[in-house]
Design a protein around this ligand. Sequence first.
Ligand code: M6R
Length: 606
Amino acid sequence: MCGIVGYTGKESVTDQLLDALELLEYRGYDSAGLATLNGETGKVKLRKCAGRVKDLRKICRNDKKISTCGIGHTRWATHGGVSDENAHPHRSGDVLLVHNGIIENYEELKDHFMLHKDLKSQTDTEVVAAVLNRFYQGNPHEAICRTIKYLKGTFALVVMFSDQPDILYAIRNVSPIVAAYNGDGTMLASDVVALGAAAEKYMVVPEYMILELHKDEIKLFDLDGKQCEPEFMDIDWDTTRGGKGSYPFYMEKEIMEQPDALKATMESRIVEGKIDLTADAIPDEFLRDCNRICVIACGTAMHAGLVAKVLVQSKFNMHMNVEYASEFMYGNPVLDEKTLVLAISQSGETIDTLEALKYARRQGAKSVAIINVKGSSIARESDYVMYTAAGPEIAVASTKAYTTQLVALFLLVGRMAKVRGVFDEAAEKEYLENLVEAPAKMLEVLEQKNEIHKIAREMLDAKDAFMIGRGLDYSILLEGALKLKEVSYIHTEAYASGELKHGTIALITENTPVVATVTQTNLKDKELSNIREVQSRGASVVLFVKESFDLADAEYADVFALPAMADEFMVFPASVALQLLAYYVSMDKGLDVDKPRNLAKVVTVE
Ligand code: M6R
């Protein structure tokens, strides 16, 4: 949460920072700020405000844009409300600081260093700035090293000292910072997307090392002052530079990109008609010998795990748990070296998932991470990594990350089935033939997006909605309901349809919108009778049904026929239909689809 940027180079820094902050805004959008330092005059300019980057841009409109070094921040409030004073950067004497993370002992530090009267904000960050300033006597490394010894919690700190022209300093624990040469200077950010169009390679700042960013050089030091060689990786996300294109929102663009993202995720992993995970280097013995699988993930990524659970338990005689990463440790999970832990995350930075993974590894479990962002913390923490090829996902609501996670999981389960002797060659071939069809079936849904838009218009006034289904349909609907909640603010509950009559059906009244998916042959009759139960209580049912299913004479408020695939693959067309439904409801309600209230794309606080 919170986006950080820094630039030093030849160009005016203000525009560079504002552009980069706009790209990072999905990490938090409560307030924004920047500080610039003019190397010639030594003058510092600090601009910050509650609100969006566009509000900050307005404040900076008439500034003389002559400084070439600066730091910027976009905030997701944790300590202290959304206000101008609490926005970053924070200044204390010579120190200007932006921070991502949480300093758990900031109250103790206030007392220890007797800072109360110096502070203007309620933030933990200003306390760190004040401590840094106490220790600063012209030697940035010394001040940083002495300060971090006192810090408990997670942090990515970027510091500009007003008497150190053209240099930025950074250090981190858990919260990410990446850096790159970007043509006319050097840049750092919380995320690769903000490193500038000219950047071709980037480095991840290792934890507890000091980064020095100069106009023409990136230097790295350990805490003893020894200079170390930074390790650079290629930036291969060309779409980073594409912006929204002709779409009004990133969410729509990202929904539409799914067929290509799915193909790209499969491409290198299907060789001569067989699943090949050689590039992921996951040993077959590990897939063959594990006797339990445990998914740790949050939100949408956790819902991808629920789909995998249905696949795994239908193919192998094996237990699979899918856990909220934030709850994982409290359940005292049973883990050993035969447990395969699957950590699923788009960003690779979700702290709940990262901490759960560390815990699982301490108990001896082996792990595979399914991650979209290369080099991210979870990827680095895991034994093996399968990268999804979704490309950058900017909208807070996850869409293409989810369906590419599903593809990675289908491939992993398929390989397990092969090495465990569940699939012979013919079964593997049939499974893959279905999987490679998924992008085309999704495209068929996307081509009918106007039909789904019409359905969405009927839901605009709803206060509450339900989504009902069984088995795989229920797993898909949990994700569909999360999508509708987060972007449309309609209170939506996904319910296992057989469970409704045990209490929740009391909430169904005249015209309550109920969305149902019916895609599984063995569940169809039971699902249809559960639908009739809610219709009898007045519900208005929208049905997403596999096109080959016969609905007899029943009547529904709306019916959308999903292109038919083998049952277990119906998650692909059904998911995209539910994403479109949520998207159009949000758009037609006039909401900020890409930046729903209270949310942030990357959740780096527990
Ligand atoms: O980056 P991650 O995949 O670890 O993020 C997990 C969740 O925070 C994320 O999926 C969240 O639920 C999305 N906003 C849902 O659209």
